[in-house]
Design a protein around this ligand. Structure first.
Ligand code: TRP
Length: 326
């Protein structure tokens, strides 16, 4: 039987190029060789989104994005996390085997504590890694394609599975993360890591005009048009490399070092190569996004198939710990 690849996308805000290159594209590539299980993590979004319209819209956005980039709902399983509520039961079981100290080491919580906000964050934020472990362990996942920032969570899932198996006997499968080194830490328009929290993202499906405007606002140094420029320290060039082919990259390098080539030119070239790559997907996305009934059908069918697999694992867990009757 094919090994299983599993991942989740949190429906908060518009998915950006960091999400696309770091997770969405690698995850979709895996559907050729793995039994792919991907879902919209709306329970996770609830830790920060308290607006029903925004939640629903972002869930459909994420679904249409996966389909537009080639997720095949016949071969692969794509669903909405909250349509498999059994995962919250597994979360509870794992919670009862996870120490507070362990959760206090999670990055998101540590960051909140460093800002002096530990007492203000909701409990969902604190127990976020447990729900995420349940997501992964519920489906006997083998690999979890994620961006670098999520690797710690997968290690925590492994720890929880190990502790469970040690206590109750071999029940849960240990997953491994799958990371694409070359696309880790995509930079944003300000040169820092692209992240919603830095407000420097480039959403994948911006209309061309807005995309162009975003790219024109990328920070560069203040070298004048005639001066030679250093491609390797330039944010524009860094993004260009992700979309251009080898010849284009070599040519651009020469443009930089040769002088008489301004950042405006480089940004225009970046826009052209990026828009060229994204435009066909964007069109598909817009068509898919306009039909929420069809997206609902995909999500419901996915949930039905996810529940079959997840239900069996949950039964194993209940049996192992002695919940429910004989
Ligand atoms: N926490 C992930 C993120 O913010 C989303 C997610 C939720 C996830 N559950 C998951 C990713 C399970 C991989 C596996 O990006």
């Amino acid at each position: 039987m094919a090994k299983r690849s599993l991942s989740g996308i949190k429906p908060t805000g518009a998915p950006h190029l960091g999400n696309y290159l770091g997770m969405i594209r690698p995850a979709i590539e895996l559907q050729d060789s793995y039994d792919a299980f991907y879902f919209v993590a709306d329970y996770h979004a609830l830790t920060s989104t308290h607006d029903r319209a925004a939640m629903r819209a972002a869930t459909y956005d994420a679904t249409a994005i996966f389909l537009a980039f080639g997720l095949d709902p016949e071969r692969s399983v794509f669903w909405r996390q909250s349509d498999t509520p059994g995962v919250t039961e597994l979360t509870w079981v794992l919670s009862c085997m996870t120490s507070m100290g362990h959760l206090e080491r999670a990055h998101a919580y540590k960051a909140a504590r460093d800002r002096g906000e530990a007492g203000a964050i909701n409990h969902g934020v604190f127990s976020y890694p447990v729900l995420m472990a349940a997501d992964i362990l519920m489906y006997d996942s083998d690999v979890v394609p994620v961006g670098k920032d999520q690797v710690q969570h997968i290690e925590m899932a492994r720890d929880m599975a190990q502790r469970f198996n040690h206590t109750f006997g071999d029940t849960l499968k240990l997953p491994v993360p799958s990371m694409k080194e070359e696309v880790q830490t995509i930079i944003g328009t300000d040169g820092q890591k692209m992240s919603k929290s830095y407000d420097n993202t480039i959403p994948v499906f911006l209309p061309p005009k807005k995309l162009r405007k975003k790219l024109m606002a990328i920070q560069t140094d203040s070298k004048g048009m005639e001066e030679p420029k250093d491609p390797d320290t330039c944010n524009v060039f860094t993004l260009y490399k992700l979309f251009a082919d080898a010849d284009q990259v070599a040519q651009m390098r020469e443009n930089y070092t040769g002088g008489n080539y301004g950042y405006g030119h480089a940004k225009q070239a970046l826009f052209e190569v990026m828009d060229g790559h994204l435009a066909p997907y964007r069109e598909t996305y817009l068509t898919l996004r306009a039909d929420e009934d069809q997206l609902e059908d995909v999500l419901r069918d996915g949930a039905r198939r996810a529940r079959e697999v997840g239900g069996a694992v949950l039964e194993r867990v209940r049996e192992a710990v002695g919940l429910g009757g004989r």
